[in-house]
Design a protein around this ligand. Structure first.
Ligand code: PLP
Length: 481
């Protein structure tokens, strides 16, 4: 929330220091008054009093009698009428110009699994969430071809009207079986599933509480809903309990949103404790399993399977088919009655096209491959554990990553993370840097996605090179400081 506030402050007053500098200035848990004083003194450094009253945006009262157009005060400039002139767009362009090698939008030429091709370079990839390595599998490709031949490339309508096809029901049944819930529903995007479902379930007068590391789709859904939003420190369910103890009574519905595996840290939600807490506070729980479906649990059934909980203790299991499940689209699972309600009412389903036959077929085939070839899940787990052990032994800070295929290498600043990603690229490895504001600057990192297809040798080599390059970069930065 502090990061969001800083971004908004900077958008409102671009003359303020950069968001990263503001982040440093307001590190910790400043009070509202401290932030106001700090921003006031940055904007008006010579004022004697704290600048609480500054700077306020003057707006016209909506109901004011309209003055003649010539006299009407105006708040807009030419820059407000051209997207490319928005201060935030200009600032982004300038930021990008400061780096000589843009790490984003690199062009991968073919299928990305344990390896990838970028331009002329053959790289070992730790940057895709093709966890089970089935994207591009011949069976997946064949199933897609059959589905397209049969149903076409698009279902050309909302399923609510004429977009329903047999392959949708087949996929949803497979998903429900894996999740061990009564029913499941698929939507065209994982991100849109969270936005639309969360945005739909609660409203002003209700409360959404989410983990502080929640994915953007959860935040957007919460904002859309109009419900009051609070976050709790990452995986700290005691803090969540305390928070609900104080404020639960002031709200009608409370929706707690967590992730099965956290996509930046690779740790799991403490699910049994959450279920106990949910019951006591009369709350709903939605678990986003984007990175835990097809990776966690003996059969890839996610954190519910991993912790052995009764799946009906959670209200909604959401997730995406774009990671382990080799496709594109989101899903939501729960009781038959709850899913039936969503099927007739969630805007992102009712007013959007049904998922394409190709995507439904891809995920259907991936689900079946995962069931028929359980060694894929075992290899994924062995590789992730091997990576963690090797990285720890090499002195790399991998945070709390455990039982998942997401492993961060926390390096302590965006500058180091960017330099390390570039160095690894030059050594033949594709690994994504995660920089401020996606994480606080002192938590900047490289994020390794481990797959079932990696070899022990690839893992050992990338860890060795990461450790030695990190030492070199740290030394160079210290020398030049
Ligand atoms: C936790 C989480 N939820 C939702 C999504 C959105 O899924 P998709 O990219 O399939 O739209 C992602 C994507 O990375 C994610 O990490």
């Amino acid at each position: 929330m502090m990061r969001e506030l800083i971004t908004q402050l900077h958008t409102e007053w671009p003359s303020l220091p950069t968001p990263a500098q503001l982040g440093e200035r307001f590190a910790g848990r400043p009070t509202v008054e401290q932030v106001l004083d700090g921003v006031g003194s940055l904007l008006h450094p010579f004022a004697e009093e704290p600048q609480h009253r500054l700077p306020r945006v003057e707006t016209e009262p909506v109901a004011a009698a309209s003055p003649a157009p010539a006299d009407r005060p105006t708040r807009w400039t030419e820059a407000d009428a051209r997207i490319e002139c928005f201060p935030e767009a200009v600032a982004m362009r300038e930021r990008r110009q400061q780096t000589d090698r843009n790490p984003y939008f690199l062009l991968h030429e073919g299928i990305i699994d344990a390896t990838t091709t970028i331009g002329d370079a053959q790289l070992v990839s730790f940057s895709s969430y093709n966890y089970l390595g089935v994207t591009g599998h011949p069976v997946v490709a064949e199933t897609i071809a059959d589905a397209v031949a049969r149903y076409g490339s698009s279902v050309s309508a909302s399923r609510f009207l004429s977009g329903e096809r047999p392959i949708h029901a087949e996929l949803e049944q497979e998903l429900a079986d894996l999740l061990q819930v009564e029913s499941a529903l698929t939507l065209v995007s994982g991100h849109a599933t969270n936005v639309s479902v969360i945005g739909h379930l609660v409203e002003p007068g209700d409360l959404i509480v989410h983990d502080s590391l929640a994915h953007d789709s959860i935040i957007q859904g919460a904002k859309l809903s109009g419900a009051t939003r609070r976050s709790f420190p990452h995986n700290d369910l005691n803090a969540l309990d305390d928070l609900l103890g104080v404020i639960r009574g002031g709200f009608r519905r409370v929706l707690i949103v967590v992730e099965g595996v956290y996509s930046m840290d690779g740790d799991l939600v403490p699910l049994p404790q959450l279920i106990e807490l949910k019951r006591r506070h009369g709350a709903l729980v939605l678990v986003d399993e984007a990175h835990s479906i097809g990776t966690v649990g003996a059969n890839g059934g996610g954190v519910g399977e991993h912790f052995g909980v009764d799946r009906s203790d959670i209200d909604l299991w959401c997730g995406t088919m774009s990671k382990s499940l080799a496709g594109c689209g989101g899903y939501v699972g729960g009781t038959a009655a709850a899913i039936d309600y969503l099927k007739y009412s969630v805007p992102g389903f009712v007013y959007s096209v049904g998922i394409t036959p190709a995507n439904a077929a891809a995920s259907l085939a991936a689900l079946r491959l995962m069931r028929d070839e359980p060694e894929r899940l075992s290899r994924l787990r062995q590789n992730a554990d091997r990576f963690r052990e090797t990285a720890r032994a090499a002195g790399i800070d991998i945070g709390d990553s455990a039982d998942s295929p997401v492993v961060p290498c926390i390096v302590g600043s965006s500058e180091r993370a960017l330099a390390l990603a570039t160095a690894l690229f030059d050594h033949g490895f594709s690994v994504n840097p995660i920089l401020y504001p996606a994480v606080p600057d002192d938590q900047a990192r490289l994020r390794f996605f481990i797959t079932a297809e990696h070899t022990a040798e690839q893992i050992q080599r990338v860890v060795d090179i990461t450790a030695s390059e990190l030492n070199r970069i740290t030394h160079d930065i210290e020398v030049s400081a």
